[in-house]
Design a protein around this ligand. Structure first.
Ligand SMILES: NC(=O)c1ccc[n+]([C@@H]2O[C@H](COP(=O)([O-])OP(=O)(O)OC[C@H]3O[C@@H](n4cnc5c(N)ncnc54)[C@H](O)[C@@H]3O)[C@@H](O)[C@H]2O)c1
Ligand SMILES: C[N+](C)(C)CCCC=O
Length: 505
């Protein structure tokens, strides 16, 4: 087991330095795998949001933007690469902090830190290539006009992020917004803020210009709400629950402030009868048990072709019982605790409601007997599910999969699309044409074929319906933080000639 680090005592990161929260309040940090309080984080309030937004505004326009917002992309790229290098240097201690904060297995948090560094590097490249894309000409039908576009940073952005991949979800917003030339105020989740505060320390080490990134921790209503409604915040990018997303959209609408929303999901995984069962079982498990199912894109509704359903479920149960559920610091752990007691109780309630509505808990459904403390839940498989049950309709955000059988392809698609959400979907089949048909038929922003969850920084990420709108990652992620300006020039020597000139005296 890895050595336990001292949890750094950080303040709010504002204007390039640490600042005590205005009301002097702090929130406890609880390790969900042990239930021990291991540290605390500052609790920002509206007063701190004011200071942070002012710092970001100042950084955006300081010296006419020459040092950041209007600087060559290569200048910003240099800082993003320096941040990536520091993340790599500190990979093991950041991964450990994130595991202690969230209960995720250490193998997962190590992989997340690789993704964080890769995301900063990717957007460093895009920051550089942004300059080449400036002034791209627009073809016009009149020769006496010339037009081109400028891609400009939106301004000061508020970035509000969840706890399930604390530093990675923050990075999906911080890296592209800074690459675009925006300045930002990041508000991570109060349930897991430690690594985001360390990002502040890294920004100091690389001498990021003061105020370019500000990090305020605290409760949603106290720190997130004033940020999303702040008149000097030009855009809000939010990842979190659909309920909070609605609040943020309502607040932003009062000022016609643009928002992008990455929200929840209830994604399907369709498995046909022409597959290698064990391979498909492993993807089904990865799709819903990785990160204890606390994944927005978790494929938590499993649709099995009736011909393989019995065999598939027997294998799924056998594989699920073989998962190493343990303290997330233990070598080989594949299922840690969920993030908090509240989340633990919520998941247990989902399972008991499913049972009371007539579903069968085929496997799991309780605390593992060998773990007396911590918020652990066994991998849980639920069958005999009807489409009206809560377990079919609502996002659990836990290691819980519900299963239905289908007979035909069209029935599978209908069941898959039977949801208000539209983040992701997956299909496993050896029939390539069928996979292509299904990828078109699914109402979601992401489709995986013969897998579930692999994510690449180059490819767009985001949902439809109540899973939100806007796309992160890839070049679309950069566009989120750019505004397009057209510049049109009249280039003829002739007068315009619409009005009669006044007659000469
Ligand atoms: N689509 C995606 O890419 C994606 C990725 C990760 C998580 N998620 C979703 O996130 C949810 C889990 O995360 P969570 O529990 O942290 O979500 P949440 O909505 O409770 O909190 C998200 C963030 O919003 C803040 N917040 C809460 N109330 C607020 C308010 N009134 N105004 C402004 N900010 C407020 C929180 O403090 C936190 O920082 C799940 O629904 C999951 O599907 C989606
Ligand atoms: C697919 N990943 C990489 C696990 C990230 C999912 C982000 C949402 O929870």
């Amino acid at each position: 087991m890895a050595a336990q680090p001292t949890i750094p005592r950080r303040c709010l990161f504002i204007g390039g330095g640490w600042r005590e929260p205005s009301l002097g309040r702090r929130l406890p940090v609880v390790n969900p795998a042990t239930e021990a309080t291991i540290g605390d984080i500052p609790a920002a309030t509206a007063e701190d949001v004011e200071i942070a937004v002012a710092a970001a505004r100042d950084a955006f326009s300081r010296d006419g933007g020459r040092h950041w917002s209007r600087a060559p992309g290569a200048v910003r790229a240099k800082f993003l690469r320096a941040i990536a290098a520091k993340i790599k240097d500190r990979k093991s201690d950041l991964a450990l902090l994130e595991t202690l904060d969230s209960g995720k297995p250490l193998d997962e948090t190590n992989a997340d830190m690789d993704d964080v560094a890769a995301c900063f590097e990717y957007y460093a490249d895009l920051a550089e290539s942004l300059d080449e894309k400036q002034r791209s000409p627009i073809s016009l039908p009149m020769e006496n006009f010339k037009s081109h576009i400028l891609k400009e940073p939106i301004g000061v952005v508020g970035l509000i992020t969840p706890w399930n991949y604390p530093l990675l979800m923050a990075t999906w917003k911080v890296a592209p917004s800074l690459a675009a030339g925006c300045t930002a105020v990041l508000k991570p989740s109060e349930l897991a803020s430690l690594t985001c505060l360390e990002l502040g320390a890294i920004c100091m080490e690389v001498a990021l210009p003061p105020g370019v990134l500000n990090i305020i921790t605290g409760l949603g209503p106290e720190a997130g709400a004033p940020l999303s409604s702040h008149p000097h915040v030009d855009k809000v990018a939010f990842t979190g629950s659909t309920e909070t997303g609605k609040r943020i959209m309502t607040a932003a609408a009062q000022m016609v402030k643009p928002v992008s929303l990455e929200l929840g999901g209830k994604s399907p995984l369709i498995v046909f009868d022409d597959v290698d069962i064990d391979k498909a079982v492993e993807w089904a498990m990865f799709g819903v048990f990785a990160n204890a199912g606390q994944v927005c894109s978790a494929t938590s509704r499993l649709l099995l072709h009736e011909k393989i359903a019995k065999q598939f479920l027997d294998r799924l149960v056998a594989w699920a019982k073989n998962i190493k559920v343990s303290d997330p610091l233990e070598e080989g752990c594949r299922l840690g605790s969920v993030v908090s007691e509240e989340q633990y109780e919520k998941i247990k309630k989902f399972i008991s409601t499913a049972r009371s509505e007539g579903a069968t808990i085929l496997c799991g459904g309780a605390r593992p007997q060998h773990l007396r403390r911590g918020f652990f839940i066994e991998p849980t498989i639920i069958t005999d599910v009807s489409t009206s049950m809560q377990i079919w309709r609502e996002e659990v955000f836990g290691p819980v999969i519900c299963v239905k059988e289908f007979r035909t392809e069209s029935e599978a698609v209908e069941l898959a699309n039977d949801t208000h959400y539209g983040l992701a979907g997956a299909v496993i089949s050896n029939d390539e044409e069928r996979c292509q048909r299904i990828s078109k038929a699914l109402h979601s922003g992401i489709v995986w074929i013969n897998c579930s969850q692999p994510t690449f920084v180059q490819a767009p990420w985001g949902g439809n319906k109540r899973s939100g709108f806007g796309r992160e990652l890839g070049e679309w992620g950069l566009d989120n933080y750019l505004t397009i300006k057209q510049v049109t020039k009249y280039c003829s020597d002739e007068p315009w000639g619409w009005y009669q000139p006044p007659s000469k005296l």
